[in-house]
Design a protein around this ligand. Structure first.
Ligand code: HEM
Ligand SMILES: CC(C)=CCC/C(C)=C/CC/C(C)=C/COP(=O)(O)OP(=O)(O)O
Length: 303
């Protein structure tokens, strides 16, 4: 009878670790992590003094699973196009490290787990939003990417709903504040994505994607959309002031929001005036700084 050698056990361990890493990558973990932070923030803002830690955990885990499922099925649907683009060619499916039907089963299992958690935890309103979000991303946004630049308007909606899911899960109504949370995330995505759409325009062209920068390679249209998004962020990001009773905290929040959106607007203008490698990197960085900083501001205003 043969016994497993140390080398054999080590090789198995490495193989399992890289398999785990491939399935993990299918969920686009960095975007999901950022979404989870927005969900926690939405929940925190709506929760009064009485809130259930179990509902919070179920909302975070459930939405995380539904979002991971959406990303996995998005990658499955786009596996052939991803193979044509430099940025995505080494993803688990186009690189052949995960078999397509395994990804489908995995994506559906994640969806089932997420639906169960959202049903048991926060309940029907949050679950309904989660399913709408999933459909927007997988069923509408993904096929629309090769057909119309309207894809960004739809993708941005799926990126903005999770913060509302957190808000609703903690008992928030779809009032001014609930809509403003959606609005900030929605508008934030325009400069964020316009920077990426510029940086990846050759890739998008190779994959046959219809993006603002492939229909207008001068970058004019992308620049205009980035400016409109960051400009509108100034008034919309001020609406959540309504959750605070403190004059001091609301004033500090207002100044913070105007400052953040001002920097974002400045980066958008720099990009619009001269679309290029440096200006698009600046805008992408500004977008990745804006979001956590705005969330920090919300945290403080709701103390
Ligand atoms: C229309 C909507 C969106 C599109 C098309 C989009 C697209 C992308 C793409 C293609 C990248 C990779 C950039 C690169 O490789 O250089 C990226 C990065 C990123 N996105 Fe977005 N995004 C959108 C919305 C969102 C939302 C809603 C969030 C989270 C709340 C988010 C968070 C991030 C983060 C944290 C990164 C940097 C980490 C990474 O490269 O994975 N994005 N986005
Ligand atoms: C609850 C739930 C379903 C949440 C969904 C949250 C989510 C995954 C938002 C992503 C937003 C978005 C449009 C990302 C870009 O995808 P892309 O396909 O353009 O990116 P890629 O080119 O890197 O594949």
């Amino acid at each position: 009878m043969s016994t497993p050698t140390t080398t054999g056990v080590m090789t198995d361990r490495v193989a399992w670790t890289s398999r785990f890493a491939d399935f993990w990558e299918l969920t686009k973990p960095r975007i999901v992590a950022m979404e989870l932070i927005t969900i926690a923030m939405g929940f925190y803002l709506a929760a009064g003094s009485q809130w259930s830690p179990l509902v919070l955990v179920a909302t975070l885990l459930g939405t995380g699973l539904v979002a991971g499922s959406a990303s996995t099925l998005n990658m499955w649907l786009e596996r052939d196009l991803d193979a044509m683009m430099v940025r995505t060619a080494n993803r688990p499916l186009p690189a052949g490290r995960v078999v397509p039907w395994h990804a489908v089963v995995y994506g559906l299992l994640l969806l089932a787990g997420g639906v169960a958690l959202l049903a048991i935890g926060p309940g029907a309103p949050t679950l309904t939003l989660g399913l709408i979000c999933w459909c927007l991303y997988v069923v509408i946004y993904t096929p629309l990417k090769t057909r119309s630049t309207l894809n960004t308007a739809v993708g941005a909606a799926s990126g903005s709903l999770p913060i509302v899911m957190g808000w609703v899960a903690a008992g928030g109504k779809l009032d001014w504040v609930g809509c403003a949370l959606f609005g900030v995330l929605y508008l934030w995505q325009y400069p964020h994505f316009m920077a990426i759409a510029w940086r990846c325009k050759d890739d998008y062209q190779r994959g046959g994607y219809v993006m603002s920068t492939t229909v207008d390679p001068s970058g004019r249209r992308a620049g205009q959309l980035a400016i409109i998004g960051s400009l509108l962020l100034i008034p919309v990001s001020l609406v959540p002031i309504m959750v605070s009773d403190s004059m001091l905290l609301s004033s500090a929040y207002a100044i913070w929001c105007v400052l953040l959106a001002g920097v974002y607007l400045w980066a958008s203008v720099v990009f619009a005036r001269s679309p290029g490698d440096v200006s698009s990197r600046l805008l992408l960085r500004a977008s990745l700084i804006y979001l956590p900083c705005w969330i920090l501001g919300l945290f403080l205003v709701a103390i």
